[in-house]
Design a protein around this ligand. Structure first.
Ligand code: WT7
Length: 652
């Protein structure tokens, strides 16, 4: 078992043995029953083919469910032709549900907008026409750098409609990070906004786009700008266009052409173990199948009556799979909220749930832990009785947070589904089924029907119940990544070289006595801060790009609220050590290079870093220090005295 992350977590979790079977009522009426497991086990590919045909409208049926002949490059639903936007929009209107609300949008200042399926379809058709008029064709890349406003979903679906590949860049990323992503994908068009609102004040976005495009040599021809906060913006004549003048003015007639099942749908960048973010590539048919399937069965979705709220940002995969795509493909009414949970008061989320009578809430453990800190009396002021199911995603949920979520938010009655998956998996992989599984606080438990995972040891052998190891996926799944944009070798190397014929997820996990899976955090150099993936190497590169820094090592230290926090150890150059503001300067520098989420919580100035004889930094030892422990076994260090030196320097 990887010792670093998992040791303590494993110890604590071993004492967790509470179980919550579904209520009789829930079980009796649940959409997903135990039969799903049997069906999938009897004929896995047949199961997926059936799900796909039931959940989606194919313009042309597929001939082969899976082509794995060029493994690890998969093709699903081969020969099928489909349009993602048609599945998310037009078909619901054609089926007579055009008046159903697709999006209840709530702006941070309290302004609201509502789109029915008919209205959203029209908005997407206009955007599709407008993007095409700006020269975007099938296969072209479009960067979307938007806040949580309906135009984000509209832009994504408009791209999907015309077969353009969207690359959504989280609005919290910096100009430099945006430029890197624009360059890597060679984006032709950027969709952005003047800005948004953050904690009650206007917060700009367009200046970051301007800065990103300042240096020549990029591929961007146009920037479409949504007016959101009305703040003044700089304007590049010829390049920039207002959304109102291009999209709103476009024709509302647009026919969705069919695309191949394997046509790329989007690229989404995520952090890996090296400095350069990976452009994770997802395609159409398989992605839509698994996301729609999991959304329906895991959330027990009733599109005609549920109000579903996924409180993620569209810039992360959760926002792609469970805001923009699957809920709309399933014809649900969704809530979308622009702002922070404490604006204008700490009850904002619960106010939204009361107001829209939200039935399903999907949120991250870090948010739950923050609400716990704020106190149970805050949600107690609101009527949360509409909630029937709660979901968790993004990081392991500790049993205390799980219990609080169930008791305080779910009134002690709602099932909780702890869903494990990744940007790379596209959709949920491990989760209880709410009407079937007796849930255990802190465990994602079982692979979904149709998905095959295991926990294996260093040699790739399955571990026995009660043991820990590495989480792997044993067979291809419909919404799996199809590769890393422009880098097929890195795809094979990162995910398929650690074990033979198994996908290496990068997570440590253990099986309990029942064989249920408990996730224990990353085993590689990837950190998880508030459910956001950050690479230690990426932040180290940002730090050493500053003239004051000679060397840097970054670790993720456990943090009560954010799961992990970024702690950086730096060796300074020359006179930088005398600068009293150096820590703040470096934090801001990382913010500028990557984005505010990557700013180290602590920066510790040290004289040396612990290294092995081959020069590898032993982050494990630094993590001990960052978490306030005595540093562990240091016998493989090139210089055994270093840990002593570091500890002493930090005491000063
Ligand atoms: C990493 C993937 C899943 C979408 C949001 C994050 C961690 C995710 C869980 C969970 C324990 C989880 C893993 C994974 N993770 N969900 N339910 N329990 N850990 O996507 O940014 O690609 O991060 O998040 O470590 O590898 P991502």
């Amino acid at each position: 078992m990887p010792e670093n992350e998992a040791g303590d977590a494993l110890e604590n979790l071993l004492h967790e043995n509470r179980k919550f079977p579904p209520s009789e009522d829930f079980a009796a009426n649940a959409i997903a029953t135990a039969a799903l497991y049997q069906e999938a086990a009897a004929d896995r590919l047949g199961f997926w083919a059936k799900q796909s045909r039931e959940l989606l409208s194919w313009g042309q049926d597929f001939e082969q469910t899976l082509d794995w002949s060029e493994a690890p490059f998969a093709k699903w639903f081969v020969g099928g032709k489909i349009n993602a936007a048609y599945n998310a929009l037009d078909r619901h209107v054609e089926a007579g549900n055009g008046d159903r609300v697709a999006i209840y949008w709530e702006g941070e200042p309290g302004d609201t907008r509502e789109y029915t399926y008919a209205q959203l379809t029209e908005a997407v058709k206009k955007a599709a026409n407008a993007f095409e008029a700006l020269g975007v064709a099938k296969g072209d890349r479009v960067a979307i750098y938007l806040p949580m406003i309906p135009e984000a979903v509209i832009s994504m679906l408009a791209c999907a409609r015309i077969g353009a590949i969207h690359s959504v860049v989280f609005g919290g990323f910096s100009a430099d990070a945006l430029r890197n992503r624009i360059d890597d994908a060679e984006a032709k068009l950027v969709i952005t906004a003047d800005g948004t609102y953050r904690r009650g004040a206007p917060s700009p976005l367009k200046p970051a786009v301007d800065a990103a495009l300042e240096a020549p040599g990029h591929t961007v021809q146009h920037v479409v700008v949504v007016k959101r906060n009305g703040e003044p913006v700089a304007w590049a004549e010829g390049r920039d266009r207002w959304w109102t003048e291009t999209v709103d003015a476009a024709s509302a007639e647009h026919e969705a052409v069919l695309h191949d099942s394997e046509h790329p749908l989007f690229i989404l960048y995520t952090s890996g173990t090296t400095g350069k973010p990976k452009g994770i590539l997802h395609t159409t048919g398989g992605y839509l199948t698994q996301t729609a399937y999991s959304h329906k069965n895991v959330f027990d979705l009733r599109p005609e009556s549920d109000v579903y709220w996924c409180a993620a940002d569209i810039g992360w995969v959760t926002g792609h799979s469970y805001i923009a795509y699957s809920p709309l493909v399933n014809g649900a009414s969704i809530v979308m909220y622009e702002g922070t949970p404490d604006t204008p008061h700490q009850g904002r989320w619960w106010e939204i749930i009361e107001k829209y009578k939200v039935t399903i809430l999907y949120a991250a453990p870090t948010a739950i832990r923050t609400f716990m800190k704020w106190g149970r009396e805050i949600p107690a002021k609101y009527d949360l009785s509409s909630l029937k199911l709660l979901g968790s995603v993004g990081e392991p949920i500790n049993p205390e947070a799980w219990m609080w979520y169930r008791e305080i938010i779910g009134g002690g009655k709602t099932p909780i589904v702890d869903t494990w998956w990744q940007t790379e998996t596209g959709g949920m992989m491990i989760s209880p089924l709410p009407g079937v599984t007796a849930t255990k606080p802190g465990s994602a438990q079982v692979a979904l029907p149709g998905i095959e995972v295991d926990v294996v040891d260093d040699l790739g052998q399955p571990v026995a119940n009660g043991q820990g190891g590495y989480l792997v996926v044993k067979s291809p799944w419909p919404s799996m990544l199809r590769g890393i944009w422009g880098d097929p070798e890195r795809y094979k190397e990162t995910y398929w070289s650690r074990f033979d014929n198994m996908y290496f997820a990068g997570d440590g996990a253990k099986k309990d006595e029942d064989g249920d899976i408990w996730l224990l955090g990353r085993v590689d150099d990837v950190m998880n801060v508030s459910g956001h993936r950050l690479s230690t190497t990426e932040i180290e590169s940002a730090l050493v790009s500053h003239p004051s820094v000679a060397e840097a090592a970054v670790v993720g230290a456990s943090d009560e609220t954010t799961g992990q926090a970024v702690v950086a150890f730096v060796i300074l150059r020359g006179s930088a050590a005398e600068d009293p503001d150096v820590e703040q300067t470096l934090r801001n520098h990382v913010g500028k290079e990557i984005g505010p989420i990557a700013k180290p919580k602590r920066i510790l100035v040290v004289p040396e870093l612990p290294k092995t004889r081959s020069g590898k930094i032993m982050r494990r030892l630094l993590k001990d220090i960052a978490e306030g422990r005595e540093a562990g076994d240091a016998t493989t260090l090139a210089d055994a005295g270093i840990m002593q030196l570091i500890s002493e320097s930090l005491k000063k």
